[in-house]
Design a protein around this ligand. Structure first.
Ligand code: BG6
Length: 504
C-alpha cells in the first residue's frame, strides 16, 4: 500500500498536544489507526495525548475509538486489533507549556524499555497561538535536542498575513530547525494532487507543450457545497483567501507551474516551487480589483435544499465582511509562463462539490475545413479532476462520423477508480507516513509560506480596508458576478467543471 516506499521507523513516540480536540479526534487518530492497520507503524510505538483537562487514558481511548469508527478509512476492525492499538495510548494532563515536562519522563521510559531512543513526533493539534508556548515547553524539557530524531508537526492557519506568519515562525524556529518542522497542507497529501507531478514528469509528451507556446491559460477551481458549518469562530477571522488560496490553491498552482526538479528530494522540489512563487507578478495595491474578486453567499438552493446565507449562520456577525468566495489571477514572470494567466477560484456553498485543474490550449493556428463544414468544438483542454471521481479528461475536437465534415468536442476519459480499483489513502495517512519517514517533500517550507503571504498581502489589506457589498452570490450558484468579470475582461470565461453523473 502507500507505505511501501516509506520507511517505517523502528520505534515511535508520538505525542499529540491538544489530544482532546477535534483535529486529533476527527483526523489525526483515525489516520494513524489506518496507518497502523496497513503496517505503517512500528511494533514498538506509544501515543501520548496531552491536554489541559484532567482525564484518563481509558476515557481518551474510548473517545478515539468513536473517532476511528466515524472517520477512518478502514474502520475499527476486530476487537483484538483495536485493543492492540488502544493499549499504546496514554494520557497526561498538562498546560501547553508544561507538555514538554509531562512528556519527558514517558519518553525516557519508552527509550529504556525499547533499548533505543525512539523517533519522537510532537503533533501540535492546537490553535496557532499555542505553537510558541508548546515549542518553548518542549525545548525547556530538552525534547528538541535530538535533531534527527525529533519532529514537530503544525497545521494552518500559519498566520493571517506575512508579519504574523513571521512572528509565529520565529517562535518555532527559536527552538526547532527547519528540518524538524513539518507544516501540513492536507491538499499535498491528496493522491490526485501528488499525481500532478507524476503526470507532468513521468510522461514525456506533456513537458514540450507545457508552456506559453501551447497553453492559453490555466483555471483551477476548488468548489464546495458546504457552508461554514460550525467553524465561524475561525472562519470569520480568515475568509476564503486565507483559508484556501494562500495554501491549498497556491500549492496546486506550484505543482502545475514549477520547473522539473533535478531530484525528487524535499529541498529540490521545494526549491522549484519557490522559484515559481517568487516569479509571481506582484499585485499593485491600486489595481487589486483587476486581479481579485470576492464574494459572500446569500440564501439559495443546493440540490433542492434551501440554504441560509452566510450572515445567518451560527456565530457569524450580521454585517460580516468575510469573503466565502475568492477568485484571483496570477501572472508568472518567467520564460515558461510569460503572458499565460492562471485563474484560481474557490468558494463555499457553490453549485457543486468539485475540484479541478483545467489546462486550456491555444487554438490551432489555421482552420482549413471543407466549405460548408460545421463545428461544435471548443478549446482543447486537459482537465485534471481532483475531486470527485478523480482522474483526467482530454477534451479533443474530433470528426463526427458521416459524409459531412463536422467537428465536435469529445472526452478521452481516465478514472482512477476504474484503473486501479483501490481506495486511495486519505491525505492525513499519507502525510503522517511521510513525517515518520522524515520526508519533507509534501510539507510547506517556511520560505514558501512567507512568499505566498507576501504575494497576497496587498489583496488582504485592500479588502480589509474596503467593506464589500455582501452578500453577492446565491448559495447554489457558481459565485459572484465580479468573478465572471475578472476573467471576461481578458476575453476568457470560467467553464463549468467536469461533473460525474450524480448518483441520487
Ligand atoms: C480546509 C479548509 O483546509 O480544507 C476548509 O479549512 C475546507 O474550509 C477544506 O472545507 C477542504 O478540504 P477537503 O479535503 O474537504 O477538500
Amino acid at each position: 500500500m502507500q507505505n511501501q516506499n516509506h520507511a517505517v521507523p523502528a520505534t515511535l513516540f508520538l505525542a499529540l498536544l491538544g489530544a482532546a480536540g477535534d483535529l486529533a479526534w476527527r483526523l489525526v487518530v483515525p489516520a494513524l489507526y489506518d496507518l497502523y492497520r496497513d503496517g505503517g507503524l512500528p511494533e514498538r510505538f506509544a501515543l501520548v495525548g496531552v491536554d489541559r483537562k484532567p482525564d484518563t487514558a481509558e476515557a481518551l481511548r474510548e473517545h478515539y475509538r468513536d473517532g476511528v469508527e466515524r472517520y477512518s478509512r478502514l474502520g475499527v476492525g476486530d476487537a483484538a486489533t483495536w485493543e492492540a492499538f488502544a493499549v499504546r495510548i496514554d494520557y497526561r494532563a498538562a498546560d501547553i507549556e508544561q507538555a514538554g515536562a509531562a512528556l519527558g519522563p514517558r519518553l525516557a521510559e519508552c527509550a529504556l524499555a525499547w533499548g533505543e531512543p525512539p523517533l519522537a513526533v510532537y503533533y501540535l493539534a492546537v490553535p496557532p497561538q499555542l505553537f510558541g508556548p508548546a515549542a518553548r515547553g518542549l525545548a525547556a524539557a530538552g525534547l528538541e535536542a535530538e535533531r534527527a530524531r525529533s519532529r514537530l508537526v503544525v497545521e494552518k492557519p500559519l498566520g493571517r498575513d506575512l508579519d504574523s506568519f513571521r512572528v509565529l515562525d520565529a517562535e518555532l524556529a527559536a527552538h526547532f530547525q527547519e528540518s524538524q518542522i513539518y507544516r501540513m497542507d492536507h491538499f499535498l497529501g491528496k493522491e490526485t494532487v501528488q499525481n500532478l507531478l507524476a503526470l507532468r514528469f513521468a510522461n514525456p509528451i506533456f513537458e514540450p507543450i507545457w508552456d506559453r507556446r501551447y497553453i492559453d491559460h490555466v483555471a483551477i477551481t476548488v468548489a464546495e457545497t458546504l457552508g461554514v458549518e460550525h467553524r465561524a469562530g475561525y472562519y470569520e477571522g480568515a475568509g476564503a483567501l486565507r483559508d484556501m488560496v494562500q495554501n491549498h490553491l497556491l500549492q496546486i498552482f506550484c505543482l502545475v507551474a514549477m520547473e522539473p526538479p533535478a531530484r525528487f528530494d524535499a529541498d529540490n522540489l521545494r526549491d522549484r516551487k519557490m522559484d515559481v512563487l517568487s516569479a509571481l507578478r506582484p499585485i499593485p495595491a491600486a489595481a487589486v480589483d483587476e486581479y481579485a474578486a470576492r464574494g459572500q453567499y446569500g440564501t439559495g438552493w443546493i440540490h433542492g435544499t434551501q440554504m441560509p446565507g452566510y450572515r445567518q449562520e451560527e456565530g457569524v456577525a450580521t454585517g460580516s465582511n468575510t469573503e466565502t468566495y475568492a477568485a484571483i489571477k496570477l501572472l508568472v514572470d518567467n520564460w515558461r509562463w510569460q503572458d499565460v494567466p492562471f485563474y484560481l477560484r474557490t468558494g463555499k456553498r457553490l453549485a457543486e462539490d468539485v475540484s479541478e485543474v483545467s489546462i486550456r490550449f491555444r487554438p490551432v493556428p489555421h482552420q482549413a475545413w471543407p466549405a460548408g463544414s460545421s463545428s461544435d468544438h471548443g478549446p482543447v483542454r486537459l482537465v485534471l479532476r481532483l475531486h470527485p471521481d478523480e482522474g483526467m479528461d482530454l477534451k479533443l475536437n474530433l470528426k463526427v462520423p458521416g459524409a459531412h465534415f463536422a467537428l465536435r468536442q469529445q472526452d478521452l476519459r481516465f478514472t482512477y477508480r476504474e484503473a486501479f480499483q483501490v481506495a486511495p489513502p486519505k491525505p492525513y495517512e499519507t502525510l503522517l507516513a511521510a513525517v515518520l519517514a522524515g520526508d519533507q517533500s509534501l510539507f510547506m517550507r517556511a520560505d514558501q509560506v512567507a512568499a505566498a503571504w507576501e504575494w497576497l498581502d496587498p489583496v488582504l489589506q485592500s479588502w480589509a480596508e474596503r467593506p464589500a457589498d455582501f452578500p453577492n452570490y446565491a448559495a447554489g450558484s457558481w459565485g459572484p458576478e465580479s468573478a465572471e468579470r475578472l476573467i471576461n475582461r481578458d476575453g476568457r470565461g470560467w467553464l463549468t467543471p467536469t461533473l460525474p453523473a450524480r448518483q441520487e
